[in-house]
Design a protein around this ligand. Structure first.
Ligand SMILES: [Zn+2]
Length: 457
């Protein structure tokens, strides 16, 4: 049997697993076994197995083929991976799947399908406005939210309009419907794209004089929407109610305001793991502050190509103040990645493209090719494939307070998995963007599989 045929048969076997799992986690009998593969736990570099067993919605065990196949019973669906790679399902630390899918002509159902086809099993929903929660609960109760969704309730809007502490009507960090949870409060520290306006983002006194005329035309003279004291009060109020904050900060002035406000906000806010989103422009003096205030930066590597569309915004010698993924990785304990989809570059939702972008100084992923010009990433700013994958699995789970359940593969954790065509840790950098997702599982159930590999029906 050829390797391809073997995989087709195997994956068709897995189709049967779309039915609800019957085997309880407490049982030592697996409901699903994936073996003969490369199972990357994402816990510690080098912790790699060949097989994984699932019981119901949870991981039962990881080990050798022999160890794991011994857990099979008469009802177990056994899948030969034929050398394919299993990773924890990808977690998108910054997306707008529910709110903004219509912007690119997709329904919620289509956006969910697209995310799952990219191996995304969890996503932060970064702007939830008053009235949205109930709508999303109805969707979740109807089974239409298939990728776990973590809601960030908006303190203010992208034009700077203030909603206030309406989020207090909800309980933080709890699941409120199937695969739907309340994750935190979103605060725009600066204005973003507002209606038909172009982004108006401030960069601080250091960077503003460096802008080219083309760059300056895109960036207004806005200042952050809050003083450090006022923002600290907002963060503290959220923390007192148990909510982490996620702060939109693209320019260095907003990053500075966010980080110093967090320092003022105190230990309770730090313990709740605040997030700083975008971080496109970061000065040297700000890099140590993230860890100091307990903040996790969330970056959007593919989306960041849009910076280049502003054309010669900064002289080349200042390229290292932009897209500092490598510097952020070196100076922070936790660094997460997101897509900001559907804002930004087409294809930004794909973690595989994001991976290719993070590890490549050439920045030639297919998604970026459709945005021009897309300048090369500074060679100093690439990160290792291991770190890039952590940014989309373990560290993203940490950012969402889900590291006990998601983001790494270990017995007892939720069985959110993705099967990739090759091992991204050994794939040559130039070929990373060609990796494809074969199967995506949430709660131990197949939510998506590659139609080209498995014939319909
Ligand atoms: Zn966003």
């Amino acid at each position: 049997m050829t390797r391809a045929n073997r995989l087709i048969l195997i994956l068709c076997g897995a189709c049967l697993f779309l039915a609800p799992p019957l085997v309880a986690c407490a049982s030592r009998t697996a409901s699903l076994i994936l073996y003969d593969g490369t199972v990357i736990a994402m816990t510690a570099e080098g912790e790699i197995y060949t097989a994984i067993a699932v019981a119901g919605d949870r991981i039962l065990a990881l080990g050798t083929d022999e160890e794991i196949l011994a857990l099979a019973g008469p009802e177990t669906h056994v899948v030969d991976l034929a050398g394919r790679t299993v990773l924890p399902g990808f977690i998108d630390g910054h997306a707008h799947l529910l709110r903004d899918c219509g912007r690119v002509g997709l329904s919620v159902a289509q956006a969910q399908e697209l995310a799952l086809s990219y191996g995304v099993t969890s996503a932060a929903e970064m702007v939830v406005e008053p009235g949205d929660v109930e709508r999303y609960v109805a969707l979740a109760q109807a089974g239409r939210i298939r990728a776990r969704t973590h809601l960030f309730l908006a303190y203010n809007g992208l034009c700077g309009n203030v909603y206030g502490p309406w989020y207090k009507a909800y309980s933080p960090l709890v699941e409120i419907a199937p695969r739907l949870s309340i994750a935190g409060v979103k605060v725009f520290v600066e204005r973003s794209t507002c209606g038909e306006e172009r982004p108006k983002i401030s960069f601080g006194d250091l960077l503003r004089p460096l802008l080219s005329p083309a760059g300056a035309a895109w960036y207004g003279d806005d200042h952050p929407l809050f003083s450090e004291d006022d923002l600290a009060a907002i963060v503290r109020e959220a923390a007192d109610a148990g909510f982490p904050v996620a702060m939109h900060a693209i320019g260095d002035a907003a990053v500075e305001t966010a980080l110093y406000a967090l320092r003022l906000a105190g230990e309770r806010a730090a313990a709740l793991r605040p997030l700083v989103l975008h971080n496109l422009f970061v000065r040297d003096d700000l890099l140590p502050l993230y860890d100091e205030v307990g903040a996790t930066p969330v970056v959007e590597p593919v989306n960041a190509c849009f910076v280049d569309t502003y054309g010669g915004m900064l002289p080349l010698e200042y390229a290292d103040v932009v897209r500092r993924w490598g510097d952020l990785a070196a100076s922070t304990t936790h660094l997460a990645a997101g897509s900001d989809w559907p804002w930004g570059a087409p294809g930004s939702l794909s973690p595989v493209f994001r991976l290719a972008n993070l590890v490549s100084a050439t920045n030639e992923s297919p998604s970026c090719a459709s945005w021009e010009p897309c300048a090369p990433l500074s060679p100093h700013q690439v990160v290792s494939a291991w770190r890039a994958l952590r940014m989309m699995t373990a560290d993203a789970a940490y950012a969402l307070h889900e590291e006990d359940e998601l983001g790494t593969l270990a017995a007892g954790k939720l069985a959110d998995l993705v099967v990739l065509s090759e091992n991204p840790l050994t794939t040559p950098v130039a070929e990373l963007a060609q990796l494809h997702v074969l199967m995506t599982l949430v709660d131990g159930r197949v939510e998506w599989q590659d139609a080209s590999v498995v014939p319909a029906g």
